[in-house]
Design a protein around this ligand. Structure first.
Ligand SMILES: *Cc1c(COP(=O)(O)O)cnc(C)c1O
Length: 381
């Protein structure tokens, strides 16, 4: 095996992670909802302008909370792209929902809002847009259709923290939105997430669901004199040690985002003439979207060429990876009656897309090497 010279991803420290973890330990406050969790909540609420943010143990768990808050029942339908991570669908399938997939736009790779209305039925209970690579979905159209049919919208914003659509932050459009702080995301604490609550009607129940179905949050605020079992729930709150790590990252968000912008721009400028010449597509960012520079991908002309490029990079020690396999052609997708050919843009995109190494500390010479290696790629076209 070739030794890896440039990794696809490396978790990067922002600076004060150890110091804050030490503080949490010194304060003897390492369970959930301690000082650093509150700091993360406040920072995100103020920065994004969201009424309530709750850190969770993962984006997956934030999505599960969303499905519980929307009271998804067996037989309900949820509309989502097939080109997404399994948790977007599983969180709702866990409650008995039937996934109703929708194809993606060939330009942004987001759910194609022109196909949305025809997927709505009397059983539709949620629309789940995923902002792929942090590039905003056509939220205006999606929200308008959702309003007409009175269907809640939950944004899976795992890629899109600090991205904007028409000047407004992603994650602030749906009644609920979810974030991920998994190690592969722009800001991380290893494993972590957040639920953004834009519709205040969900706040109280969200606090209860996250605290094992008890009104413990109200107890800590002194609003009740003891706490007890009031609803279903689970344990969706992360340790304050993880929140301390995350707070150190959030504090440095401007530096992290600026660095990622530089990396993204270097890929774009280093590869655009090559891509044009060889009919390779680079990410498309509409003028009304401000992306958070989550990833850089290429869409190759064919599956064979995608595989050949990944091989070519691997042989030189560069880790490049493909991304989502369509959910509708997976083993589970087939159980719901879907199969190959149902969503052609999703299938073609999934076969042709390759993601390039991208992390906060990717250094210039390594990135130059990746760019040069790609420019020397000579497939059989
Ligand atoms: C990473 C990711 C998730 C899951 O995030 P976790 O924090 O690992 O649960 C969900 N949806 C999308 C689109 C993702 O990229």
């Amino acid at each position: 095996m070739t030794e890896i010279v440039v990794h696809f991803n490396k978790p990067a420290l922002a600076g004060r992670e150890f110091e804050y973890i030490q503080q949490a330990i010194n304060d003897a406050q390492i369970s959930g909802d301690g000082r650093f969790t509150k700091k993360c909540h406040a920072l995100l609420e103020v920065e994004l302008g969201v009424p309530k943010v709750l850190l969770t143990t993962s984006c997956t768990h934030a999505l599960e909370m969303a499905a519980l808050l929307l009271e998804i029942q067996p037989g309900d339908e949820v509309i989502l792209p097939s080109f997404t991570f399994v948790s977007t669908v599983n969180a709702f399938v866990l409650r008995g929902a039937k996934p109703v997939f929708i194809d993606i736009r060939p330009d942004t790779l987001n759910l194609d809002e022109r196909l949305l209305e025809q997927r709505i039925t009397a059983r539709t209970r949620a629309i789940l847009p995923v902002h792929y690579a942090g590039v905003g979905c056509e939220m205006e159209t999606i929200l308008e259709i959702a309003r007409q049919h009175r269907i809640p919208v939950v944004e899976d914003n795992a890629h899109g923290l600090f991205g904007k659509y028409r000047g407004q932050y992603l994650g602030t459009y749906g009644c609920l939105a979810t974030q991920s702080f998994h190690e592969t995301k722009n800001l991380t604490c290893g494993e972590g997430g957040a639920l953004l609550i834009n519709d205040p009607r969900y706040i109280e129940r969200a606090e209860i669901l996250r605290e094992k179905g008890t009104n413990r949050s109200r107890f800590f605020r002194g609003q009740v004199d003891k706490y007890t079992w009031v609803d279903v729930g689970s344990s969706y709150l992360p340790s304050d040690i993880l929140a301390a790590f995350l707070y150190a990252q959030l504090e440095q968000r401007h530096i992290i985002q600026a660095r990622r912008q530089q990396i993204w721009r270097s890929y774009e400028s280093g590869l655009s003439d090559w891509a044009f010449k060889h009919e390779v597509h680079l990410p498309y960012v509409p003028a009304d979207c401000q992306q958070p520079y989550h990833m850089f991908y290429l869409i190759m002309p064919s599956l064979d060429q995608r595989q050949a490029l990944i091989e070519h990079l691997h042989s030189r020690g560069i880790q490049a990876v493909f991304h989502y396999l369509p959910l509708h052609t997976s083993e589970m997708g087939r159980k719901y009656g879907y199969g190959p050919g149902d969503y052609p843009v999703t299938e073609q995109t999934s076969e042709r897309l390759v993601r390039l190494p991208f992390y906060n500390t990717l250094d210039r010479s390594d990135q130059e090497m990746v760019i040069e290696t790609i420019r020397h790629f000579r497939p059989s076209w």
